[in-house]
Design a protein around this ligand. Structure first.
Ligand code: C2E
Ligand code: MG
Ligand code: MG
Ligand code: MG
Length: 285
């Protein structure tokens, strides 16, 4: 584009492009280093998923955090695509699963989690399409003694782009073992409407943009209602993500959405905070 605007402009843009490339290379280096140091820079946050009919916690989603030594906390939307490109997402994903299962089991053993609460793990397309993905996941769960039916895997709608059957097959294998499958960011990405009814999934996660606009745009509200009813017609649970206000939660509850997740309910919490929350829920019963 710069080139099309003339030679001089190209000269002007080149250093910026160079700088961006350099920054990306440095970030890649730092990420590789972070993966070698693991818990020194990487940590997991946990966000409750709550049932709207009784207010009870039904799931805990695991969200990765990277504390960069100089740049501070870096958002996963910024570095996960990088990890995928670098070919280290599978290794990173396995570390996340292992840590999360260990933490979840320790909460179970402390009597802090009821049987209905499941562990929700985000899985990248790359991680899922590894030849031994299913066996690896099974091995991690087995290592921690976590039954398959206590785990949900969240795959983004976009991960199904150009799906030729390989991903669906993996999902079917995992479901046969009892693992729940959720389609994340539903409605924003690649539209899988033509095949949504035959996907091997248990729930849809209504993407944040729809939830943000609740009560502000009648057409958006109509779409949300339609998605809730479509999900139920097809036999899927619907989890709304990014619920930030009482109005949004009330609208979702009034229209029969099953579960919610978001700052209005609980933000993602580090494990000490999450432990305290679980303890307080136990004593409040
Ligand atoms: P996601 O799975 O859709 O996760 C929801 C994102 O929304 C999280 O961002 C969460 O912190 C944020 N969030 C939760 N409640 C609210 C709210 O009320 N308002 C707003 N504005 N945001 C809210 P986060 O942690 O930055 O993660 C972003 C994305 O990165 C995730 O989207 C997921 O796709 C990916 N990701 C995070 N952790 C992992 C991981 O361990 N493995 C993989 N493969 N992907 C991950
Ligand atoms: Mg998710
Ligand atoms: Mg999402
Ligand atoms: Mg997302």
């Amino acid at each position: 584009q710069a080139k099309a605007q003339g030679r001089n402009n190209y000269q002007f843009y080149a250093p910026d492009m160079h700088r961006a490339a350099m920054e990306r290379m440095r970030l890649e280096q730092d990420l590789r280093h972070a993966l070698s140091l693991k818990e020194q820079q990487l940590s997991l946050h946990y966000q409750p998923q709550v049932n709207l009919t009784n207010g009870k916690m039904v799931g805990i989603e695991v969200l990765l955090r990277w504390q960069h030594p100089k740049m501070g906390m870096i958002n996963p939307t910024r570095f996960i695509p990088l990890a995928e490109r670098m070919g280290i997402m599978t290794e990173l994903g396995e570390w996340i699963f292992d840590q999360a299962c260990r933490q979840f089991q320790s909460w179970c053993q402390a009597g802090l989690l009821e049987e209905r609460v499941i562990l929700a793990l985000n899985i990248s397309r790359r991680q899922l399409t590894q030849p031994d993905a299913v066996a690896k996941i099974q091995a991690i769960l087995a290592r921690h003694g976590l039954p398959e039916h206590r785990v949900s895997l969240e795959l983004t709608e976009n991960a199904l782009r150009d799906e030729q059957g390989a991903i669906t097959q993996r999902l079917e294998q995992l479901r046969a073992l009892g693992v729940h499958i959720a389609l994340d960011d539903f409605g924003t990405g690649y539209s899988s409407f033509n095949q949504i009814h035959c996907l091997p999934i248990d729930s849809l996660k209504l993407a944040q943009p729809f939830v943000n606009k609740i009560g502000q745009d009648a057409k958006n509200d109509a779409v949300v209602k339609t998605i809730i009813s479509m999900a139920h017609t097809l036999g899927f649970d619907l989890i709304a993500e990014g619920v930030e206000t009482r109005e949004q939660a009330a609208f979702l509850q009034d229209h029969g959405c099953d579960c919610v997740q978001g700052f209005f309910i609980h933000p993602p919490l580090g494990s000490p905070m999450m432990t305290r929350l679980l303890q307080s829920q136990l004593t409040n019963k």
